[in-house]
Design a protein. Structure first.
Lengths: 104, 147
């Protein structure tokens, strides 16, 4: 589960969730040093959950930068609540990670 | 049009049901929208229509980006009942960057990093109920970030 790092902090009634995923996000249009096209490899679907209830559903294309970064905000989370994120890419590879909300 | 619309939603639903057990995610990836090269096509593939310019969508991004591979953008919708935010870069090889849906107390606000091939507007479309709202921010790109 080290392909995703998540941090969630409660500040003034709002929980700020920051995450970064290790992923090449290849567009399929870039060439390698030998002039060969590097096949597309990018995350397509992500779901973020708060205590197993979905809070964000995301669809991504190749335009999200390498090692995707995202901050999002929840108004109904409390300290100790669990936030989990999972993703699947165009090659069917998956990743997931979770974190407990802490005081900011 | 009505019937075609119903059919596309219905077929999408059937596909979602077939794929759901495999990846255990609720949504299906909108291939057509993500492969569209023009904003108007991508937008219609997302069922976006009659989008109205709005002052209530804040877009924070640099005026100039040295490297188009990483352009940080912050989006905040102040439109009541915002359900989703779509990010487009009009001059990228494929125009749709990402689509974000908010439920169960997620605020319609996010920060992410995107690729920009050349100087372009970043265009945001917000869905609230049956209505669509839009705003744009131009970013001058000095180095192609799409490889």
């Amino acid at each position: 589960m080290d392909n995703i790092k998540i941090r969630a902090k409660l500040v003034n009634d709002t929980t700020e969730v920051k995450m970064i995923i290790n992923h090449p996000m290849e567009t399929g249009r870039k060439k390698d040093d030998f002039g060969q096209l590097i096949p597309a490899h990018f995350i397509q679907l992500l779901t973020a959950k708060l205590n197993d209830k979905p809070v964000m559903e995301m669809q991504w294309g190749t335009g999200i930068s390498k090692n995707p970064y995202l901050t999002f905000y929840l108004k109904d989370a409390k300290i100790g609540d669990k936030i989990a994120v999972n993703w699947v890419d165009n090659l069917g590879k998956t990743g997931e990670g979770d974190v407990l909300v802490t005081a900011g | 049009m009505q019937r075609r619309h119903f059919l596309s939603i219905f077929l999408g639903g059937v596909t979602a049901l077939l794929i759901a057990p495999i990846n255990a995610l609720a949504a299906t990836w909108n291939k057509r929208a993500f492969e569209a090269t023009k904003f108007s096509n991508a937008a219609s593939d997302l069922a976006i229509k009659n989008e109205m310019p709005s002052q209530d969508i804040d877009i924070t991004a640099p005026d100039r980006a040295e490297n188009g591979a990483i352009v940080q953008v912050e989006i905040n919708s102040r439109i009541p009942n915002t359900e989703s935010i779509a990010i487009f870069v009009e001059h990228n090889p494929t125009t749709l960057i990402g689509h974000f849906t908010f439920t169960n107390g997620a605020l319609p606000q996010l920060v992410t990093r995107i690729k920009m091939a050349e100087t372009s507007d970043i265009k945001i479309v917000v869905k609230a109920g049956d209505q669509y709202f839009t705003a744009a921010k131009n970013v001058v790109v000095l180095e192609n970030g799409c490889g």
